[in-house]
Write a protein that binds this ligand. Structure first.
Ligand code: HEC
Ligand code: HEC
Length: 437
């Protein structure tokens, strides 16, 4: 395979900084250390001590099975397990006929859910796919909730519910698996005597902006006091008017005038109503965010002509996604024997696509481009695949994403297809065109 298919130095930097970060990650606020909470033995022990014999496969009280991983996963995904152990309104309080679990046990279950996509611990340095996590109310949260649950899209572009903190209900460990972090100094210093600090109307808007950022995954790297991490450029906790810290391009990104779509976004219905289609961070009020940052652009005398000159956000990501496939030259692709072969290293994502279609980008919105015929993902806790595997199969530790149900489509003999294999998100291993046998 020629050098085009090798990792570029930048994604490599990405995985190294990720690795360093995962090593540094520890439990905070006296909460269980996420890395120490695993399905087996942590969760299985807790369940067998408290929920058996009523929820064995053989007894299955209420149809709920808790002695298999799939059974537990079902009760996590339909939110009933978390509701039941929190004794939330409208749920059946569990364990039935016994005391509520200790808060530490409840925290352990919730930590497991919000950190590992209900898996055993993800492998270090591996991208964890976005998922939805529902948790009982934090005791520090003074807002109520109808069903006693707070659900969060755990991802860099994800949000928890309005006026709540992503730190409480999401997971920065997951976010840090999705994007590299490093400290970067602000472009400008804030002025502690900024007269806007005494402008009530302005401060109302700034505080509202902060609360919106606090609800999103952005807080993990852009809020020093809550994440405990030095901020990258801008810090919503710095004294004064933090927006001064941004570059002009940074302001334009947050205003939505420079697109950051390449980093992926949720549809608002899957993100507690937060929309990131036309602003930098997800928001429940697009116009209000745009007005705020457009005012800042005006104050800086940044014109639309200046903005038109700015580069789209996404630097190396664009180079990776836009890379055109070449012809497969070493027998890559689906062969006569029904196997998919690839070169370029181990794989966590395999796509067979119509030729001439776009390369996949960042989840949750850009990773299933039109024309994808078959996509196989490896779970974050499973080892990567080595070539070859059977086309259409789901080896241990993998799951089929496309088609979302049913079998992989038959390929038309003599037709050209696009094989796109990734070592991890944004780290392509193999990108070439083959002819079906
Ligand atoms: C003494 C028996 C018993 C024990 C122990 C027990 N359960 Fe249950 N559980 C039941 C019964 C019976 C039902 C069905 C009736 C109901 O929903 O109240 C049920 C229902 C459930 C449901 C479905 C609730 C719903 O809203 O549909 C969940 C989830 C559940 N249990 C979880 C657990 C968990 C987790 C534990 C341990 C922490 C546990 N149970 C311990 C007997 C038990
Ligand atoms: C895992 C850490 C991390 C997360 C989470 C994160 N960022 Fe950043 N962000 C960075 C880093 C690192 C930089 C600096 C990049 C560089 O060196 O230029 C940065 C820079 C930026 C800039 C450029 C600032 C300027 O003035 O030029 C913007 C805008 C930005 N981030 C927006 C966001 C938004 C919006 C979110 C949430 C959707 C977010 N970031 C989430 C790490 C992160």
């Amino acid at each position: 395979m020629n050098s085009m298919y090798r990792r570029t130095s930048k994604p490599l930097k990405l995985s190294i900084s990720l690795l360093l970060f995962l090593f540094a990650a520890t439990g905070c606020n006296g909460k269980p250390d996420p890395a120490a909470v695993t399905y087996s033995p942590t969760i299985t022990t807790l369940i067998s001590n408290n929920c058996y014999p009523c929820h064995l496969s053989a007894s299955a009280s209420g149809g709920v099975i808790l002695d298999t991983y799939d059974g537990v996963k079902t009760s996590v995904e339909n939110t009933k397990l978390v509701s039941a152990v929190n004794h939330n309104e409208g749920s059946s309080p569990m364990p039935q006929g016994a005391d509520k679990l200790d808060q530490t046990d409840i925290d352990t279950i919730q930590t497991w859910i919000k950190n590992g996509s209900y898996e055993t611990p993800p492998l270090e340095g591996v991208f964890i796919q976005p998922f939805r996590s529902c948790q009982g109310l934090e005791s520090s949260d003074n807002l109520t909730s109808e069903d006693g649950l707070v659900c969060t899209s755990v991802a860099i572009s994800g949000s928890t519910e309005e006026n709540r903190s992503f730190i409480d209900y999401g997971s920065c460990d997951v976010v840090l698996s999705q994007r590299p972090y490093w400290y970067k100094a602000p472009f400008n210093m804030v002025d502690p005597a900024d007269p806007r600090l005494n402008d009530e109307a302005f401060m109302t808007e700034l505080n509202w902006i902060n609360s919106q950022v606090r609800s999103s995954g952005c807080i993990c790297c852009h809020d020093s006091s809550n994440s405990g991490r030095r901020p990258a450029v801008w810090d919503i906790s710095s004294e004064g008017v933090w927006t001064d810290q941004l570059s002009d391009q940074g302001v334009a990104i947050l205003a939505g005038k420079v697109s950051s779509e390449i980093l992926g976004e949720f549809i608002p219905a899957n993100n507690n109503g937060f929309d990131r289609y036309s602003t930098g961070f997800p928001t429940t009020d697009v116009e209000r965010v745009q007005t705020f940052f457009n005012n800042e652009l005006d104050r800086r005398s940044v014109t639309d002509a200046d903005i038109a000159e700015m580069e789209e956000f996404g630097y190396f990501i664009n180079d990776i996604i836009k890379r055109e496939p070449e012809a497969c030259t070493s027998g890559e692709g689906v062969r006569e024997d029904g196997n998919v072969y690839w070169t370029g290293g181990e794989a966590r994502y395999i796509y067979i696509k119509e030729s001439g279609t776009e390369n996949p980008g960042v989840p949750p919105s850009n990773d299933n481009p039109e024309g994808a015929l078959w996509r196989l993902d490896v779970r974050a806790n499973a080892d990567a695949l080595t070539s070859p595997i059977v086309y259409g199969s789901t080896p241990d530790g993998t799951y089929q994403v496309t088609p979302d149900n049913g079998t992989a489509p038959d390929l038309e003999s003599g037709k050209e297809y696009h094989l796109y294999v990734l070592q991890d998100i944004l780290v392509p291993a193999c990108n070439c065109l083959f002819t079906a046998p």
